[in-house]
Design a binder for this molecule. Sequence first.
Ligand SMILES: *Cc1c(COP(=O)(O)O)cnc(C)c1O
Length: 272
Amino acid sequence: MMTGNETDRPTADRERELAGALAALRARIDAAAAAAGRDPAEIQLLPVTKFFPATDVLILYRLGCRAFGESREQEASRKIAEVHNSVDSAQIRWHMVGRIQRNKARAITRWAYAAHSVDNMRLVTALDRAATEALADGTRAEPLRVFIQVSLDGDENRGGADIARPELIDELCRAADAAEGLEFVGLMAVPPLGADPDAAFARLAAEQTRVQQLVGRPLQLSAGMSGDLEAAVRHGSTCVRVGTALLGQRPLPSPEVVTPVTSSSQTTEPQS
Ligand SMILES: *Cc1c(COP(=O)(O)O)cnc(C)c1O
């Protein structure tokens, strides 16, 4: 079975696999948008490539993807360096979607176009300071886009500012909005484990409406993953963050990322 281009075969197989999964995913988003009476162009697909190799990023890039989500600073930095020489990396927007440790703020502002998981004042301050410095020294050309992550059940271990404390959320949104190095763009949430996604995203959408009034302009909504993107689109999501349904099952998680992986393992989506 050996052939001359044996080493290219796994890449070709993976490319076919990812092309099929990407087409199926786009069809799901289009159908969800149509069912909700929305324009699918309003809904960004953000492939979440955490745990998957840089070679998968390159394949997705060839298939037209220009934005990727990562959940750990070091993994992201390494992957970005790996793809740097193969593609026009200025074309790629990297999104930090995982929990952010304050001492990683500086590193993150070196590569992230947006951060989806900002949920406390000290982090807002740290990211603002780091992004302002990066803007001043030319490491960044634009402010860091920031989503304030909301917790729909107040479980702080899973990240997010407690939605039951609107004064806290207001303070965070106002601070992100006022920060020179940041651009406050919207809200993000992950439904609580075992929760009905429709009810969860309905609460999130109501919170988005409330915060839009506070800041006086429309906001984005980062909501929906492999298992619940239809419900998220129904409730106004403008960015679905999809890992498993595109790239397949992730390997066993390391402890610090146990939350998102646990939630995705509840999905009912077929795995490739
Ligand atoms: C891993 C992750 C995702 C992707 O989850 P899937 O269920 O695999 O689609 C989305 N959002 C965040 C914050 C994640 O950490």
